[in-house]
Design a protein around this ligand. Sequence first.
Ligand SMILES: C[S@@+](CC[C@H](N)C(=O)[O-])C[C@H]1O[C@@H](n2cnc3c(N)ncnc32)[C@H](O)[C@@H]1O
Length: 222
Amino acid sequence: MLGSHSYGVEDFLRTGACANVRTLIEPMAGTAEFAYQGHFRFPDFRYLMIDLDAGAAERVLARPWLAETERHYFVSDVLDEEVWKQIKATSSGPALAFIGKQSHHLFDVHQLVRLLELGTIYADAIVLETPAMALVTDLASEEDLTRPEMQAAGLEVALVDVPDLAPNPFTNRIGFRLEARDATGTRELFDYPTWTVWSQPTLVALAQLSGLTTAYYHSELE
Ligand SMILES: C[S@@+](CC[C@H](N)C(=O)[O-])C[C@H]1O[C@@H](n2cnc3c(N)ncnc32)[C@H](O)[C@@H]1O
């Protein structure tokens, strides 16, 4: 399943395809906003998160979760089949995996196909959050992510193109970094020098090559 900015997890859970979902998996979870926010709406679901970042796991599990919600954070490579076996063994009822913030764009084509296959062998469906369709050459070279409370604290956060690395309209490769700026200067929070914008038609084609069924939501047509 392909998601979009304006179509969140609750919308997926309201569709017939996901009506019976009881386990939510967040691969490449990082700070796991999807699972953590989701558990307030669906506290009786199981929340299973995977990321390489042990520090993120510690921070997420230390957050004030509702006591009754079962949650597990696996510090592991999402391309390792062993972790998906553990996910399957820990799931209860139909399971939906959701990759937010377009994190699958970190992967090359072999890794991406592997992810689609693992996500559908060991979960019932996998959602990839995708950007609105646009030429990479038309994307703004800077995207402001500053929230009002950050601005009030004198902080600005933005995604900024890597200088000298022009977005490539043939490969859909772009490079950017997450920058935070305040009165003391600029800090680089994350660096994504090779990010492939996997467009929806490409993802549909890759899924078909793997024998998978694709569902999608076209946000402009509602
Ligand atoms: C853009 S961040 C994701 C943020 C997260 N989805 C969110 O909404 O906050 C990308 C995440 O992918 C994780 N990651 C990258 N490669 C990975 C891999 N092979 N297996 C598991 N996690 C991976 C990174 O550690 C990082 O937390």
